[in-house]
Design a binder for this molecule. Sequence first.
Ligand code: F0G
Length: 366
Amino acid sequence: AHQWRGVIREYADRLPVTEATKVITLGEGGTPLVHAQKLSELTGSQVYLKVEGMNPTGSFKDRGMTMAMTAAVEAGAKAVVCASTGNTSASAAAYATAAGLKCAVLVPEGKISMGKLSQAIAHGATLLQVDGNFDNCLDIARKLGESYPVFLVNSVNPARIQGQKTGAFEVVDSLGDAPDIHVLPVGNAGNITAYWKGYKEYAAPFETANGTLPAVSTKTPIMWGFQAAGAAPFVAGHPITEPDTIATAIRIGNPASWDTAVAARDESGGLIEAVTDEEILDAHRWLSSKEGVFVEPGSAAGVAGLIKKHAAGEVPSGKTIVITVTGHGLKDPQWALRTEDGSDVQPVKVSNDVVTVAAELGLEEK
Ligand code: F0G
């Protein structure tokens, strides 16, 4: 039986590695493409979820981190640094451990989920909570990378984008061609940049050291990105100084990959729009209660966007639509316990006997 070998080994001929490269991997990628039955019924299109929460540290960041950490080792680095809203730091900490490197992470104080914080700590990273937001953290991380002996593993490092483009490859490999529309949340804009790069590379002949690979897909998709309304610089058309949203993963006001995200949007004939926190939480609830897929709030922004566009009559039927759901629900589980009216779900307590339990469940004896 074939065992998935991680994205670098699976796609080695399309990544900047050689036979001699020492690959740092935790077996990332190869994530499920789940047919979303209820979203498909809703829209009349075939909707699929690329479930990136199934990566080793629970988010899509691992695809880029295997490349970044491999590049760090190749460069002879001893320590890596990143700024993060949580998932990048969790991934960096895990892959640095696998690589035998020291890891420092800068996170915005009070604005990262407990699950992500725990991961960085568990993997032994030095975690600093900065009195500022993600954009401030990234500023400092970039300066550290430039002027101090630490290797920057944020997505401004092109190795990260290279790794993350494999998400698009996997979608095409699963479906047999590119989808008509690809939907995803947008924060620092590395992922929309990476998917577009991957889709373009798969739709054309690709030059490698060992010759030219033929095109794999016949087309590229339209890219639809969605930001949280309180942190939507692409919608505003300029950076936002005080981004705010409950979806802390995408609480970003000054995206690093600005130009490449705009290019992905415009070259694909797509869009980047905003969804409110309420729409994000509704989509989060939709995914868990109707599709059986548990994601963190930021990951639901793409689904929120699709539902919103459908309500506006702007989702075509009879198409193939893929939505990347970027991170696992267990990263930030508190939102599942919140009901639509904002109160907390209280588990029902019962005594320790089957008759009471059956009665509570409304069951009658057979
Ligand atoms: N979804 C999740 C769960 C994320 O963690 C992120 C980004 C995004 C979407 C947006 O992706 O930045 O490539 O546009 N998280 C980064 C972090 C910023 O530090 O973990 P993007």
